[in-house]
Design a protein around this ligand. Structure first.
Ligand SMILES: NC(=O)c1ccc[n+]([C@@H]2O[C@H](COP(=O)([O-])OP(=O)(O)OC[C@H]3O[C@@H](n4cnc5c(N)ncnc54)[C@H](OP(=O)(O)O)[C@@H]3O)[C@@H](O)[C@H]2O)c1
Length: 319
């Protein structure tokens, strides 16, 4: 492949996509990022070599226009709950297949697919089942001219993440936090490590056709993570671990609120441990970053952040 690639990145306006876009642009690649709402993501245009295209990924002609001239597709689109019935199927099962087929017709030579840890056509939630079906489908459709690699990360953390920022908002809101599924097990993975794996996989032939689980170095219960976060935020809060029955009840109520902050489907996803079967894939040579090394930096109290800034700038001077 040429050194500077043209990459099409559906889902590139999201949390992972923005981190990945920064890194890919710094490496000299050109990005074409489709979005439903160009106005909302204008900050991406500040990056040189980023083309933000308002388009409807449901439209076959628009899909081909988007992919024409691209060397690779990095497919990141994903949802945690449906706005309309059938969204999980449309977004996680049909879209990746349509993208892959259109990519092949447009002569694209590489396809990176974002799945999720626990994705499984027989999984406990619609989210995990649809992610599993989508992943199976793209690997079935792949061929040597368009090799696919899938990534199955645990919950991802880093600046602007959805996970720690969500709980930080709840902790700031009230003195008591009723916590659903407190014993759910998770091994959060740092967004910088996920980005690095994608970047390396782009051109490393050893990764062609592979599926990689990506986790951080340690597993926690959800309750441990939220207690740790309260400490980082410097907040004295009562965390109320809900029983299974109350967790389900909470999901039934919250899924009717605007934005659907917690749904029965999310509850069902949490029934399966989000923990990898082995260490971070050796092929990437990455030592995964612990939660404790990063979260205080972007969510800690001002004084902690200032300390981190000082330490970082000292470290820069020492090298
Ligand atoms: N974040 C995590 O902890 C985590 C963990 C495991 C796996 N993943 C997977 O990683 C991927 C990226 O996650 P993220 O956290 O970066 O997601 P995100 O911040 O929610 O971004 C989702 C992206 O998907 C696009 N999108 C959403 N619904 C769409 C639809 N119906 N049609 C077209 N585009 C749509 C959005 O684009 P526009 O709004 O601009 O159109 C946005 O760019 C997802 O596949 C997710 O399932 C994430």
């Amino acid at each position: 492949m040429p050194e500077s690639l043209t990459l099409c990145m559906p889902g590139g306006t999201g949390f992972v996509g923005r981190h990945l876009a920064d890194r890919l642009v710094a490496l000299g690649h050109r990005l074409r990022i489709p979005t439903r709402h160009r106005e909302r993501h204008k900050e991406l245009l500040v990056l040189p070599a980023v083309e933000l295209v308002e388009t409807d990924l449901g439209d076959e002609a628009a899909l081909r226009e988007l992919l024409a001239g691209c060397d690779a597709v990095i497919h990141l689109v994903g949802i945690l709950h449906e706005e309309r019935p059938g969204d999980f199927r449309r977004v996680h099962v049909e879209l990746p297949q349509r993208l892959l087929q259109a990519a092949r017709e447009c002569g694209v030579r590489r396809f990176l697919h974002m799945s999720a840890l626990g994705a499984d056509p027989a999984g406990p939630s619609q989210y995990l089942r649809s992610k599993g079906e989508g992943e199976e489908a793209v690997h079935r459709l792949a061929d040597p001219r368009l090799p696919v690699t899938s990534f199955r990360p645990a919950v991802i953390f880093g600046p602007d993440d959805h996970f720690f920022n969500h709980f930080a908002r709840l902790l700031r809101l009230a003195p008591v936090l009723p916590l659903p599924c407190p014993q759910a097990r998770l091994a959060p993975v740092y967004v910088g490590d996920v980005v690095e794996a994608f970047v390396q996989a782009l051109e490393d032939r050893r990764t062609f056709g592979q599926r990689y689980e990506l986790c951080g170095p340690r597993a926690y219960t959800l309750e441990e993570l939220v207690r740790y976060l309260a400490q980082v935020l410097g907040l004295r809060r009562r965390i109320w671990p809900l029983s299974d029955r109350l967790s389900r009840l909470q999901a039934r109520i919250l899924e009717h609120l605007p934005g659907r902050p917690f749904t029965l489907d999310n509850y069902r996803s949490l029934q399966r441990p989000s923990v990898c079967q082995g260490p971070f894939p050796e092929v990437f040579g990455i030592r995964p970053t612990p939660v404790e090394a990063v979260v205080p930096y972007y969510l800690g109290r001002q004084d902690q952040r200032a300390l981190y800034d000082r330490l970082r700038s000292q470290a820069r001077h020492e090298y």
